[in-house]
Design a protein around this ligand. Structure first.
Ligand SMILES: [Zn+2]
Length: 251
């Protein structure tokens, strides 16, 4: 069953990864994600179904448009492969469950947010608030109050940081944190936030030391890294943390 679940979610992830690519390109450009159908952004020619097979087509076309020969970014197969890999890992760990559904919705939102944050320094509301609405609805019908609490907590904490730092945290980040809290629940959500701040801080310091004094880093990739670390390793990390604290307190 595990192999079947893993394979099924891999395929679903590859297809939704392709959808994520559409969102990453079109949402920051204020274009509809359903119309017009997929086309080459250079020559505007409409793509045939075999040009759109996730991961596979890019290699088949050797990274070039079949009509005009224009280069197709490596981002396309990378996003598709990454989404497929994350979904497969979720299927492997939790099978076809409600938890997997929550984690897949959150992961898809995270992947699109990384893409748009890196390309346009924005996280579209359709992604962060859209995922939040679906995750809040799921938490309500499943009676997972810890997830609702997680959403409120993460949103509140980032909102407070934004107020105190006078805009050091963007509105998009706050709304994405809401989705992370709703998807992971309050324990793993808080851990995800701590890991995001930690990894973001380390990378900022390293970049400063290397003389890369650019403007503030986009935060979505760190929020996503924290969320996935908490999702896949969180329970083990929390157990480890609790046992260390316990050891120190009895020492
Ligand atoms: Zn073309």
């Amino acid at each position: 069953m595990t192999a079947l679940n893993t394979g099924l979610l891999f395929l679903l992830g590859a297809v939704l990864g392709s959808f994520a690519n559409v969102c990453i390109w079109r949402l920051p450009r204020r274009e509809s994600i359903v119309w017009p159908p997929s086309h080459c952004p250079l020559c505007r020619e409409k793509l045939k179904p075999w040009h759109m097979v996730p991961i596979f087509s890019w290699f088949l076309l050797r990274g070039k448009c079949a009509y005009c020969g224009g280069g197709i970014s490596l981002r396309y197969p990378l996003v598709e492969a990454a989404t497929a890999a994350v979904f497969a890992a979720i299927g492997y760990a939790w099978g076809l469950s409600a938890l997997s559904l929550q984690y897949c919705i959150l992961s898809l939102a995270l992947i699109i947010s990384i893409g748009t944050d890196l390309s346009h320094r924005e996280i579209p509301d359709q992604v962060s608030l859209g995922a939040s609405a679906v995750l809040a609805f799921l938490a309500l019908i499943l009676g997972r109050w810890g997830n609702l609490l997680g959403g409120v907590l993460l949103f509140g904490i980032l909102f407070l940081i934004a107020v105190l730092s006078k805009g050091g945290m963007g509105g998009g980040d706050i709304k994405l944190a809401l989705a992370i809290g709703l998807g992971l629940g309050w324990r793993l959500g808080l851990l995800a936030l701590a890991l995001a701040v930690l990894t973001g801080g380390v990378v900022s310091v390293v970049m400063l030391l290397m003389g890369q004094r650019k403007k503030a880093l986009p935060f979505a990739p760190f929020l996503a890294a924290g969320a996935w670390l908490a999702m896949f390793l969180g329970e083990r990390l929390l157990d480890l943390y609790i046992s260390v604290v316990f050891m120190l307190s009895t020492w």
